[in-house]
Design a protein around this ligand. Structure first.
Ligand code: SF4
Length: 223
């Protein structure tokens, strides 16, 4: 349980960085969701309802951990700026890229966009969690959404993406996207919009142990 919560907090921290981009359109007035909301939804869909529809924030101690994660993220940004990877074979990279799409309905910052030797592009995302053979759903959906955004913004092919697990000596995992990955990403985005814009009350998480330490456990009906 602790491990799951830790992963969730780290993921939130990585994706909650706000920058001051110069977008082609006003992303504040255009309804768009963020990677942070995607992670909250995957952890428990009701988080989106309580946060966005009822405006009830999470515990303050979580905020502290979020800030700590943010600090780690910034350190990495400064030290890793000019390093070009040999595996996968890269010819260039863009760092901390703000991506927004009215069509997809998402805005966010991808850690790196890799320009691969074969002419395709790939998102690379750093995670402050341990490497496991199993790919967490949060990681996969987030990576698939970045791939969709990169395709649209750069107008280039994206076949695969990478996740770098910092706590395991920067162990790299490759994801080769399938049509199912993109279908799932679109489903998640659509459902979040349904909750935020239409006030739809979603099903609870399938994992009851996530309720034990949840901020909303006293107001959530658990059915
Ligand atoms: S109590 Fe459980 S079902 Fe309700 S919001 Fe929290 S994690 Fe989700």
């Amino acid at each position: 349980m602790e491990k799951i919560v830790e992963e969730f907090i780290d993921l939130q921290a990585e994706t909650e960085i706000l920058v001051n981009p110069i977008p082609e359109f006003d992303t504040e007035s255009t309804p768009m969701i963020t990677p942070s909301e995607i992670i909250e939804f995957i952890y428990c869909p009701r988080y989106i309802y309580f946060l966005n529809c009822l405006g009830i924030p999470q515990h303050e101690e979580l905020r502290f951990k979020v800030l700590k994660g943010r600090e780690l993220h910034r350190k990495r940004e400064k030290t890793n700026l000019h390093y070009i990877r040999k595996r996968p074979e890269c010819i260039d990279k863009d760092v901390s890229v703000y991506l927004a799409s009215k069509t997809i309905g998402v805005r966010g910052i991808v850690d790196e966009v890799l320009h691969l030797a074969d002419g395709t592009l790939a998102p690379l995302d750093y995670k402050y969690t341990n490497f496991t053979e199993y790919t967490y759903r949060t990681h996969k959906v987030q990576s698939s959404i970045y791939a969709m955004l990169i395709k649209e913004v750069y107008k280039k092919t994206v076949i695969k993406g990478y996740i770098c697990y910092v706590r395991n000596g920067n162990q790299l995992k490759e994801i080769i996207y399938t049509p199912k990955d993109f279908e799932e990403a679109i489903f998640v985005i659509k459902t979040i919009f349904d909750i935020i814009l239409r006030g739809y009350y979603p099903d609870r998480t399938k994992y009851p142990n996530r309720c034990i330490d949840c901020t909303y456990r006293n107001i959530c009906d658990k059915v």
